[in-house]
Design a protein. Structure first.
Length: 342
């Protein structure tokens, strides 16, 4: 039991609404851990439109998704949240009143008194590449995420894709790989220019390979890759030895395990009490785009409002012996001390 992580609240989703929930909970002396399937904070803002301008955040005429995520991270620094990125919550089990045991797909286990689902439209899931017969290799020698870099040490790695994820993992895994080959359908990359330049420098030095084309066939047995065929634009096929493949073909939004958590749903949305944003399971809340109620608007500012009211109810579960006294950050010395501005 020593490996169980104990916290007041577990927040599922580290997008803007999940991040702001840390702030509202922190003002009430409630500590939080956050789990997100992405490898960075920011949710849809960071993943889908990091440079797209957002115009409807109160008091901020214009900010990007990336900028909003950075500002929220700065705002919640005083509360020292702990992040568990690249993980997906799979089960939520009642083990007390109130007490939950929550597990992730990596085997991590949490115990908490409340769970806050701030997962946007659901979980980001990797897109499967259009390669015939790839299924038997998945999670054995074809992986859509890097959980532990050491698992790839000394391997012949093929990375497929041309965006930031493909380039970042190319640069991170190249030093520990036996040999690394990057495959992209064209000699033009969507990733950061600095990453592209570093990758090309490694290719020029002979430290890795770059193949322009598309993976057309896999070779191997019992789920273990031996090689992949790469077809170029002229139809010529090259056989490339590899025993591990990482395809990065983007992400798609799916509801994921939320549907299995015994929550009252309206389609793919969690129904909540409009005064507390609590679900039909006491102690489990849903805020942001994942919830639904009469009059719901799918706006970031609506999620912020929901996080504030949710925190008031969560206080009842975390500190049942304490009377909750509403305070304003502008006038409360105790709140200002928590924020480090008193």
């Amino acid at each position: 039991m020593s490996d169980i992580i104990k916290t007041d609240v577990l927040i599922i989703g580290a997008g803007p609404v999940g991040l702001f929930a840390v702030f509202e909970l922190g003002l009430l002396d409630i500590k939080a851990h956050l789990v997100d399937i992405l490898d960075k904070v920011g949710g849809q803002c960071a993943e889908l439109y990091p440079e797209k301008p957002i115009y409807d955040i109160p008091g901020i005429p214009l900010i990007t998704g990336h900028g909003l995520s950075e500002a929220l991270m700065e705002q919640i620094k005083p509360f020292h949240p702990t992040f568990h990125l690249g993980e997906m919550v799979t089960t939520i089990e009642n083990i007390g009143d109130p007490l939950f045991r929550v597990t992730t797909d990596t085997g991590k286990t949490f115990e908490c008194k409340s769970v806050v689902i701030a997962a946007g439209g659901g979980s980001f899931q990797p897109k499967r590449p259009p390669i015939a017969g790839i299924e038997p290799y998945e999670d054995k020698s074809v992986f859509y995420a890097v959980r532990k870099m050491e698992n790839f040490r000394g391997k012949d790695i093929m990375i497929v894709g041309g965006g930031d994820s493909a380039l970042d993992w190319t640069l991170n895994l190249q030093p520990i790989a036996k040999r690394l080959t990057l495959v992209h359908r064209r000699d033009d990359f969507r990733g950061a220019p600095d990453s592209v330049n570093k990758m090309r420098a490694l290719v020029a030095a002979g430290s890795m390979d770059l193949r322009i084309g598309q993976v057309s066939e896999l070779e191997g047995a019992d789920g273990q890759l031996a090689a992949a065929s790469v077809k170029d634009k002229d139809g010529a096929v090259t056989r490339v030895a590899c025993d591990a493949m990482l395809p990065f073909f983007g992400l798609t939004m799916k509801l994921g395990p939320v549907a299995d958590w015994g929550l009252e749903m309206d389609g793919e949305l969690v129904k909540v009490d409009v005064s507390t944003f609590e679900s039909n399971r006491p102690g489990i809340f849903a805020i942001g785009d994942i919830n639904t109620y009469p009059g719901k608007l799918k706006l970031i500012l609506s999620g912020f409002h929901e996080g504030a009211l949710m925190s008031q109810r969560v206080h009842h579960y975390i500190h049942p012996e304490k009377r909750l006294v509403f305070q304003y950050t502008t006038s409360s010395t105790s709140l200002q001390k928590k924020l480090g501005v008193a």
